[in-house]
Design a protein around this ligand. Structure first.
Ligand code: AMP
Length: 396
């Protein structure tokens, strides 16, 4: 068992918390502050326990000086201050004298947010390649390290693994919740256990399919990736997205697990990917050469409903249609509605499926909506997250 923030006496300690403030920002305006809100529990706990709270996060990718202007954490600092209802001192640099002086002068309950950790990527990708000196330097600014950035825990960066290697460490409430929801579910699911996989590419989900096909009772496949499976089975897919490199993989999976893998029987197709396209619904066997499959059809929804209604555990990763375009969002919306109505344990893997659930009004309708797409996928693949592995173990 990993240590958590509760295992430390935080009083008068400099507590470095790696949070995930990687929020969408346009022209300095935060479009969705969900990730900031998700980190409040851990930050408030540290404040309530008289810590000096030092926050670190990345935001976007930094490859040029211009990226730095676009991806400053300054707007996040302002929003965080509103949400905490207290002053947040924002330090415009990721290392140096000013930062060190501000930290040296901190009182208990003060909150400091350091600039985007990926500013350090401009030279030698120091943050993303877990530069040893950088991890050591950041660790020197604190007494205890808490990882509460689930969304980056599948990465080995200086701001998580680097710092944790040099300080007593624990996980925060958000990471604890994510692990507590996802791990027992795949280790010992209540059955029947149904997994729904969608999204665009088979290649991104190979590890998940390989692992979960052995654990789940059913795997329902939708989205762009369904067409690679359908093609491998010799069915027409028209001009739909096909991952040609993985046709053989899909064929092998279908041969080996033909009773478990459930494919769409009908689809919404269009002549182009746009709201103004000519679209129709048809059975898979009626897909014509120019048709692009962009959503699952009503018969597929009925079929999927039978599995969903009889399941005790449901994990869903990847939208079943191009839900960003209203015309092709019905399948994803109907599935959200269907799953939200069940009494089973329901988990939405992060990324696009989480955005769809939140944007279509289902934020509070599931047992758990993960905050990290990539990290969730790695857990579903059966992998151990480096950002968690490095954290100190509880004493037996
Ligand atoms: P992923 O990141 O692999 O989970 O893929 C998410 C993306 O898959 C979303 O942007 C969807 O628009 C896209 N998607 C879902 N269904 C389809 C489809 N039938 N054809 C192409 N893209 C799709």
């Amino acid at each position: 068992m990993k240590k958590t923030i509760r295992d430390y006496d935080l009083n008068n300690k400099r507590v470095i918390i790696r949070v995930d403030f990687n929020v969408p920002i346009k022209d300095g305006v935060i479009l969705d502050d969900n990730r900031i809100k998700e980190s409040l529990k851990t930050i408030n706990y540290a404040i309530d326990n008289n810590a000096k709270v030092i926050l670190l996060s990345h935001l976007g990718r930094i490859k040029t000086e211009e990226d730095k202007i676009k991806n400053t954490l300054e707007p996040v600092s302002r929003r965080l201050s509103e949400l905490l209802d207290r002053k947040v001192t924002f330090v415009k640099e990721t290392r140096g004298k000013e930062l060190e002086e501000i930290i040296n002068k901190m009182n208990n309950k003060d909150v400091v947010l350091i600039e985007n950790t990926r500013y350090e990527d401009l030279v030698n990708k120091c943050e993303s390649s877990n530069d040893k000196e950088l991890g050591k330097y950041w660790a020197s600014l604190g007494d205890i390290f808490i990882n509460d950035a689930f969304g980056t825990s599948h990465r080995e960066h200086a701001s998580n693994v680097g710092i944790a290697s040099n300080l007593p460490s624990g996980i925060g409430f958000l990471v604890e919740k994510e692990l507590d929801m996802i791990l027992p579910t795949i280790e010992n699911p209540k059955r029947p256990f149904t997994v729904i996989l969608g999204g665009s590419k088979v290649s991104d989900k190979i590890g998940v399919i390989k692992n979960l096909v052995q654990i789940a009772d059913n795997i329902l496949i939708g989205g762009g990736m369904a067409f690679t499976f359908l093609k491998s089975f010799g069915l027409p897919v028209g001009s739909s997205l096909v991952d040609n490199d993985n046709i053989q993989f899909c064929k092998d999976m279908l041969e080996k697990y033909k009773d478990k893998i459930i494919l769409p029987i009908d689809v919404v197709t269009a002549d182009e990917i746009s709201e103004n396209s000519n679209s129709k619904e048809c059975f898979i066997s009626d897909i014509k050469d120019r048709d692009i499959g962009l959503d699952i059809g009503k018969e597929t929804l009925k079929l999927f409903k039978e599995y969903i209604d009889s399941s005790k555990t449901i994990i869903w990763n990847g939208p079943v249609g191009m839900f960003e375009i209203e015309k092709f969002s019905n399948g994803t919306k109907q599935l959200l509605e269907m799953i939200s109505k069940t009494d089973s344990l329901t988990i939405i893997g992060g990324g696009d499926t989480a955005s769809a659930a939140i944007n279509f009004g289902y934020k509070n309708s599931f047992s758990h909506i993960s905050t990290g797409g990539g990290a969730t996928l790695e857990l579903l693949e059966g992998k151990i997250l480096p950002g968690v592995e490095v954290i100190d173990e509880k004493e037996a």
